[in-house]
Write a protein that binds this ligand. Sequence first.
Ligand code: 5GP
Length: 236
Amino acid sequence: MKKLNMLYEGKAKKIFATDNPDHVIQEFKDDATAFDATKRGTIRGKSVVNNKISVRLFELLESKGVETHFIKLLSDTEMLVKKLAIVPVEVTIRNIVAGGMSKLLGIEEGLVLKAPVLEYHFKNDALHDPLINDYHIAALDIATKAELDIIQNRSFEINNILKHFFSERRLDLVDFKLEFGRHKGKILLGDEISPDTCRFWEQGTGRKMDKDRFRRDLGRIEETYEEMLNIVLNNK
Ligand code: 5GP
């Protein structure tokens, strides 16, 4: 397998072509951005942490029957994945109120929701990833009803699996963001699952173990990412 030209560079990752047109390499960067890239920085070692955490969680999900784009780990910062046509929607699942939901509804962070909340956000930084619903998605032909059913069911299933995995490690999975894409007629989970895309609060102390340390200038950013990698790789 050969690494060929770069196809796309995002805020936290680069995508490279390979000699197989169905496979691409996802390479993680140490670059960190927040608030639609108006805040920028570097988190040393983040690329390795996010790559390895994502691999562990994709393997976990695959073992439970959730189909993902993951094929194999290639290096500290790279994984081989199936090439997806990304559905331009970010799916957010929330178990505890924080961040955007707290701001949107004026509810204090920390309220434990009676049931998980699923939100769709249209992927567009210039518009701050606006909240949309399933009617927008159907009417604008962003995804079919059948695709959206799969995306919704999978997202809740992923939430159950991840909530359990992290609670065994004494962390509350507060919320997270998923992206899905099409590959050979199937909907697969894509992107990454990492401290950049999830909120984790340490049980008992409420210590933030995710990108909010960068967003909110809480310090000990690199150390916390390293700690999260150890927690995830540790078999309890
Ligand atoms: P919120 O809507 O509260 O800002 O984010 C909810 C959850 O989804 C958080 O765990 C956050 O990390 C993740 N999330 C939402 N949008 C984005 C995004 O554009 N990039 C990344 N990395 N994570 C996001």
